[in-house]
Write a protein that binds this ligand. Structure first.
Ligand code: ADP
Length: 379
């Protein structure tokens, strides 16, 4: 099936055209990124028209058969990918207060896709659907009931498509039935989250009501005592809620501590003896190791620790620093294997490590295309 996978942000559209009838490595027929929507390009409709034009040549005029949209927030309504109709679109829009930067852009993108490709079925694949199996005692916050009932304040989690995808690949790679597979997945990109997988399903994840929670990330603080916000805002009237949101999401994390949000630059600076870079790496790896230890207990003993996404797949230094902190679990890294790069799943721990450590390249576009095909084929 010729599937267009799109990720519509407020100012950009990222896309891939994939032919799912081909072997996985050959599926991508075209891909691209259109930026500056709202400035140079007036709207998502124009952006998708440009995309459709750009796709003509690489697709040799073949018709798109289905469109899969990455949708960040499905609330507790959408626990699986769905075929988009007017009602689904309205519900995605209704969830906008929970993802004000993302869901409105997805709605514009879906409407634009309907104009550009009339009659082509569209599927929404939700970033938090994989986390819908978290039990209530895990997803609830200990706050007044009204927050939950009126405002939907609970933990949702994100990066679910990736956590789900690499869990499946890891179970298969290790020859363990997915339903019997317990693991901890660390998706470490510019945004980062870790997930506790029990019996192949999500039990817990480090992101929460928004993607701000959990690990120290490129520009996000991760977990922080909420009193920091209220206290600073009470003491300094210039620190509005909007400004605080900006600081914690865009000006914190590695960037705040090391002065750079690119892991390569931070690791290099540490190697050059930069103290701030060392502190930033100590903070990020300590936080991650703490989550991994906690999740190991939560899942009743992980059978694998999985690294994925930009940092997880590529930074042998970051992985080694994290695993150094997990000595108590009897995890030992094979330093040679840790240096090997590649697109294939691989084990980077020693044979006698108490728990295998895996690097599994993520592929959210492939996962979205697969989900889209399943929904469209069964519709
Ligand atoms: P996102 O999709 O969240 O934007 P990615 O998964 O692309 O992020 O990951 C981005 C992060 O991966 C950056 O911090 C970048 O420094 C890091 N990264 C990418 N390649 C490498 C590499 N070769 N070595 C170390 N870090 C890398």
């Amino acid at each position: 099936m010729l599937i267009l996978v799109v990720n519509c942000g407020s100012s950009s559209v990222k896309y891939q055209a994939r032919d799912t009838s081909l072997p996985e490595a050959e599926q991508v027929l075209a891909k691209g990124l259109i930026e500056n929507i709202g400035t140079k390009i007036p709207s998502h409709t124009e952006a998708l028209a440009i995309m459709a034009e750009d796709l003509k040549e690489p697709l040799h005029g073949r018709e798109i058969q289905a469109i899969g949209h990455r949708v960040v927030q499905g609330g507790d309504i959408f626990t699986e990918p769905v075929l988009i109709d007017d009602e689904v679109l309205q519900k995605i829009d209704d969830l906008s207060p929970l993802a004000p930067l993302h869901n409105p852009a997805h709605v514009l993108g879906i409407k634009a896709a309907t104009e550009t490709y009339p009659g082509v079925p569209q599927v929404a694949v939700f970033d938090n659907a994989f986390h819908s199996t978290m039990p209530e005692h895990v997803y609830r916050y200990a706050v007044p009931e009204e927050f939950y009932e009126k405002y939907g304040v609970r933990r949702y989690g994100f990066h679910g498509t990736s956590h789900d995808y690499v869990t499946g690949i890891a179970a298969e790679f290790l020859g363990i039935e997915r339903e019997k597979f317990n693991a901890v997945v660390a998706h470490l990109g510019n945004g980062a989250s870790t997930t506790a997988v029990a019996h192949g399903k999500c039990l817990d994840t480090s992101m929460g009501y928004t993607p701000l929670a959990g690990l120290v990330m490129g520009t996000r603080s991760g977990d922080i005592d909420p009193s920091v916000l209220t206290s600073l805002m009470m003491r300094n009237p210039e620190l509005t809620a909007e400004r605080m949101d900006q600081i914690l999401n865009k000006e914190s994390g590695l960037l705040a501590i090391a002065g750079d949000n690119d892991m390569r630059a931070v690791v290099n600076a540490m190697k050059d003896g930069n103290e701030r870079a060392k502190l930033a790496l100590d903070m990020t790896t300590y936080r991650l190791a703490k989550y991994i230890g906690g999740y190991h207990v939560a899942v009743g003993g992980m059978q694998a620790l999985i690294f994925t996404a930009g940092i997880g797949e590529n930074s042998s230094e970051f992985r080694a620093l994290t695993i150094e902190r997990l000595g108590a679990l009897g995890i030992t890294l094979d330093s040679e294997a840790n240096l090997v790069r590649g697109d294939d799943p691989r084990i980077i721990s020693t044979e006698d490590s108490a728990i295998p450590v895996l690097v599994i390249p993520t592929n959210e576009e492939l996962a979205i295309a697969q989900a889209t095909e399943v929904i469209v084929a069964s519709a």
